[in-house]
Design a protein around this ligand. Structure first.
Ligand SMILES: Nc1ncnc2c1ncn2[C@@H]1O[C@H](COP(=O)(O)OP(=O)(O)O)[C@@H](O)[C@H]1O
Ligand SMILES: [Mg+2]
Length: 215
C-alpha cells in the first residue's frame, strides 16, 4: 500500500486560476520524494494538500489508503498529528521553553505521552545532548534547525514533510542538513517528502516531481 497517493489533484486559491495543473503523486514507504519548482509554483500549497491542511479543488489525496477528504477536520488533525512530522521554513521553536521541553510539547501535541528519555536520546543522536536545557535563543541557526528536526521526529511519524529545508543554507550546510534529514528519516522508518526551489538537493531523492512555473 502506498504511504501517500494523490490522484489528479488541483488547487486554486481564487476562482480564476489553477495553482498547478491536475497532478498525480504516489509515494511508497521509504521512497523519499522531492517536489521541485520555482517560487510561486505551488510547492507549499501542494504540501498542505498532502498533509490534509487544505483540501484540493479537484482530485483526491489518500494517506495509507485513507481518503483525507472523507475525514472531518478534527479527524484529519489527529491523523496528521499522529503520523506526520513537519520541518518548516521557519523553525517555530517556542522561545520560552528550553530545547527538551520544545520536543516534549511536540510529542504531547501529537497525542503521545511525553517521553523525556526518547526526547533526550533523539537530541543526543543529533549532537544536541549538551544543549537540552538551553533556550532556543542560545542556539546557533544550525543547532536550532536540528532541534526542529528532533521535534519533527519525536512522535515517530511515518511521513516527514519539509518545506524549503535547505534554501537559506550555503553549500556545506545544505549538504549536511539534507544528509541529516534523510539519515534520521531512515533511522526512524519515516519517508521524507520535501519541497524546494533548491535544485542542489535533487540527487538525494529517489523521486522528483517538478512543478512548472506559472507564466
Ligand atoms: N492563501 C493564499 N491565498 C491566495 N493565494 C495564495 C495563497 N497561498 C499561496 N497563494 C498563491 O498560490 C501560488 C503558489 O504559492 P505557493 O504554494 O506558496 O508556492 P511556492 O511554495 O512554490 O513558492 C502563488 O501564486 C501564491 O501567491
Ligand atoms: Mg513555498
Amino acid at each position: 500500500m502506498p504511504l501517500l497517493a494523490a490522484s489528479r489533484i488541483g488547487a486554486r486559491h481564487d476562482a480564476q486560476d489553477w495553482v498547478f495543473p491536475p497532478l498525480d503523486l504516489v509515494v511508497e514507504p521509504g521512497q523519499n520524494t522531492l517536489i521541485l519548482g520555482p517560487s510561486g509554483s505551488g510547492k507549499t500549497t501542494l504540501l498542505n494538500l498532502l498533509a490534509g491542511l487544505a483540501l484540493p479543488a479537484q482530485g483526491e489525496v489518500r494517506f495509507r489508503d485513507q481518503s483525507l477528504a472523507a475525514l472531518d477536520e478534527s479527524a484529519r488533525d489527529r491523523l496528521r498529528g499522529r503520523h506526520m512530522g513537519f520541518v518548516l521554513q521557519r523553525l517555530h521553536l517556542i522561545a520560552s521553553l528550553n530545547v527538551v521541553d520544545n520536543i516534549l510539547l511536540a510529542q504531547r501535541l501529537a497525542g503521545s505521552a511525553p517521553d523525556p528519555a526518547r526526547a533526550r536520546a533523539l537530541l543526543a543522536r543529533l549532537g544536541l545532548g549538551v544543549h537540552a536545557e538551553r533556550m532556543p535563543a542560545q542556539l546557533s541557526q544550525g543547532e536550532a534547525q536540528r532541534v526542529a528536526l528532533a521535534r519533527a521526529l519525536v512522535h515517530r511519524p511515518s511521513l516527514i514533510l519539509a518545506d524549503e529545508p535547505t534554501s537559506a543554507l550555503d553549500d556545506a550546510n545544505c549538504a549536511a542538513v539534507i544528509s541529516l534529514l534523510l539519515e534520521q528519516a531512515a533511522a526512524e522508518g519515516a519517508t521524507l517528502v520535501a519541497a524546494t526551489h533548491d535544485a542542489r538537493i535533487k540527487a538525494h531523492f529517489s523521486q522528483v516531481l517538478s512543478l512548472p512555473g506559472r507564466a
